[in-house]
Design a protein around this ligand. Structure first.
Ligand SMILES: *Cc1c(COP(=O)(O)O)cnc(C)c1O
Length: 334
């Protein structure tokens, strides 16, 4: 190989690095001991996120997986069945913790519709039948390519769950992207849910952190479970400060979505089979996934496998000219 190309990293929106502004905010953060009492910057972040999501209270957690686990742990009794869309992060990407720590019996819905929710979870069952108690939603839906659930669809799903007595959790790792793509407030996408989890460390660019949110009494219990799982941190304000800067960047996600569209259009013009992205995730169907990922890597384009396809994710460290460069590398090298 002649010369060394700097790879352009489209594996995930988690690869963003904290910039100067974020690092300065972290260095200057006012801190306390968040396990003993409340770290003031943590408290400020949690209050701001609760406000954005339109819920009573919120709790910072080190990862989205822990946020989802805490919610499922508190919703489910051992052996309770929960419904989630096929490919959901809670089903496939959390090492089975929904079952082996939260005690849930997972049930994937291949097509997430209100009718499917009622059909899977409703009806009388005999005393020896499974109990279904929870619907776990995901917006945007990662495995289907960052697809968005609209407010109307969300409301219909929540109503269906309620009609058969289910609680509702929302994995909103990328709920910010859904809100920007639809042009609606975050709170309209959490309407009617009991609990919600959002990630600060994906497209918003914080180095660490998610928030799990719901009622004030949920957060009291969630704080105990977080401690049980080893997720209580001391001078967490250093991390929360990055989260506060991250929240200022929600509108910037529109750029990521535009870049994803540019990438999809460019790949299509090179003959690739690519669905139009709804947000910042582009999925491409290829005949040989491993071979394509390898040759992309050799050409200096990092992507990842997802749902049997190539997944490219745009994010804050990728510009429009990076997208043009990706397309140039694909044209010449793949
Ligand atoms: C990334 C992600 C999470 C949580 O991920 P962590 O890596 O644990 O922070 C949860 N749900 C979805 C849909 C995700 O994409």
């Amino acid at each position: 190989m002649i010369g060394v190309v700097t790879p352009i990293d489209l594996r995930s929106d988690t690869v963003t690095k904290p910039d100067e502004e974020m690092r300065r905010a972290m260095a200057a953060a006012e801190v306390g001991d968040d396990v003993l009492d409340h770290d003031p910057t943590m408290a400020a972040l949690e209050q701001r996120v609760a406000g954005l999501l339109g819920v009573e209270a919120a709790l910072w957690v080190p990862s989205g997986s822990m946020g989802n686990l805490i919610a499922l742990f508190l919703h489910l009794a051992r052996g309770d069945r929960f419904l989630a869309p096929l490919g959901a992060h809670v089903l496939d990407a959390e090492l089975g913790t929904a079952a082996w720590l939260a005690g849930g019996m997972p049930h994937a819905l291949p097509s997430l519709t209100p009718e499917a929710v009622v059909a899977a979870g409703g009806g009388e069952s005999p005393y020896y039948g499974l109990r279904t108690t929870l619907l776990s939603l995901e917006n945007t839906h990662n495995a289907s390519g960052g697809t968005v659930t609209s407010v109307a669809e969300h409301e219909a799903l929540v109503a269906a769950a309620r009609s058969i007595g289910l609680a509702v959790h929302l994995d909103g790792a990328r709920l910010w992207n859904a809100s920007v793509a639809l042009g609606v407030p975050l709170s309209s996408l959490t309407a009617g849910v009991d609990t919600v989890q959002v990630c600060l460390s994906k497209a918003l660019g914080a180095p660490v952190g998610s928030v799990v949110a719901g009622s004030a009494s949920f957060v009291v219990e969630a704080r105990r479970v977080r401690k049980m799982l080893g997720g209580g941190v001391r001078q967490g304000g250093v991390l929360a400060a990055a989260g506060l800067v991250a929240l200022d960047r929600i509108p910037r996600l529109a750029d990521d979505h535009a870049h994803a569209s540019e990438l999809a259009a460019g790949l299509r013009s090179l003959g690739w089979d690519v669905a139009e992205p709804a947000t910042n995730i582009v999925l491409a169907s290829v005949p040989d996934l491993d071979k394509t990922l390898l040759s992309l890597g050799e050409a200096g384009v990092l992507a990842s496998p997802m749902s049997g396809k190539v997944r490219f994710v745009t994010h804050g460290d990728v510009s429009s000219s990076d997208v043009a460069e990706v397309l140039r590398r694909v044209r010449e090298g793949v």
